[in-house]
Design a protein around this ligand. Sequence first.
Ligand code: FAD
Length: 381
Amino acid sequence: MAHSKQYDYIIIGNGLAGFQLALALSKDSFFNDKQIALIDKSHKTQNDKTWSFWEKGNGKWESIVSKTWSKALFFSSKMELNIELAPYKYKTIQALDFYTKVTHVLKEKTNFDFIVEDVLTVEKTKHPKVITTNNFYNAKHVFDSRITEDYFSESDNFTKIIQHFKGWIIETKVPVFSPDQFTMMDYRLKDGDKTTFTYVLPLSSTKALVEFTYFTPTLVNEATYDSYIKKYISSILKIDTYTIVETESGIIPMTNFPFETYSTKNITKIGTAGGWVKGSTGYSFKHSEKKVAIIITNLKNNNNPSKNLFKRKYKFYDKIFLKVLNDENEKGEWIFEQFYSKNSIEAMFKFLDEESSLIEELKIMKSLLSLAFIKAFFKTL
Ligand SMILES: Cc1cc2nc3c(=O)[nH]c(=O)nc-3n(C[C@H](O)[C@H](O)[C@H](O)COP(=O)(O)OP(=O)(O)OC[C@H]3O[C@@H](n4cnc5c(N)ncnc54)[C@H](O)[C@@H]3O)c2cc1C
């Protein structure tokens, strides 16, 4: 095992969190004299996912946003909502465009090293030691996007819902989709009583991602997703002839597992591994951006990088929501129907972005007032 260079920072994982952090470090001259290593087991040359998020006006990633929508649809078995998103827009980014852009910027910098190796472990010493299959590296601080094994083994103490889905990108010969309007959630087709819905992102009038999603404690087999996507395309979208050009599937934790407690003075867990994925939604693109900004400020002020990364009240709200979903999974359709029909989209997005005021939160809670939430509130306390 070769002994290698000493770094100021090592970032493990060139995914969403690691690359957002590396990019922010590269853009701030305060870090120009810092030696930074990026270690990932993969070269990041595959388009392994698409990230979608809502945002007001132009954001940081405009040059690689592949599509935006200004309107959304929501369907429950009882109602259809046409939602004008203004002042927000819903945007999507291809992961490969993100990896390529960030790699390009970082390769221009002389203080960043790219290391393609599998990290086996990080020793929690004063200058943590990152051990890979081939080498070891020391740094003053390590940012680690590997999910702790405890998350998979500890099952009893935390609510663990999984957002799991499969999507097909389909192409039709004739125009059938409205490219300006996406379907946030469609509950007209469900797997029994479970919280399941279809998400449709029209990429053009002849091309769309159609994804069947579960918010449930357990996974299903491939054929189940496929059969619901097929059924949705034929019976809801009423499309007979199409070609599947790509598929996407994913598993995202929706949990109150305390990922953030795995950070130490010299190791900060980031991304999903650091609890950056919002428990109640599975979204993390914009949350990662904000957490990276806090880390940069902390580093510059010589504070612990994970200081003030989380707002406790939102963790509490997410915990109640997850409890309801776990104990009464059939309530999902009703919850989201209430969310979107009784509150403005601006209030909802502010709440989900963790930027709402107490008055706005009380209004949202009022729209969900039910025995299920009252029970979950007291169990969570
Ligand atoms: C299919 C899919 C679609 C999603 N869509 C959205 C969306 O639309 N909007 C949204 O906000 N969120 C979305 N999410 C949720 C979340 O944003 C993503 O999961 C996001 O990629 C999480 O970022 P991350 O940095 O924690 O992990 P990743 O982006 O997965 O990056 C982790 C990196 O660590 C590397 N790594 C892991 N272990 C090791 C090791 N031992 N040694 C070296 N390297 C290692 C991996 O190779 C990888 O590059 C989606 C998730 C999935 C799975």
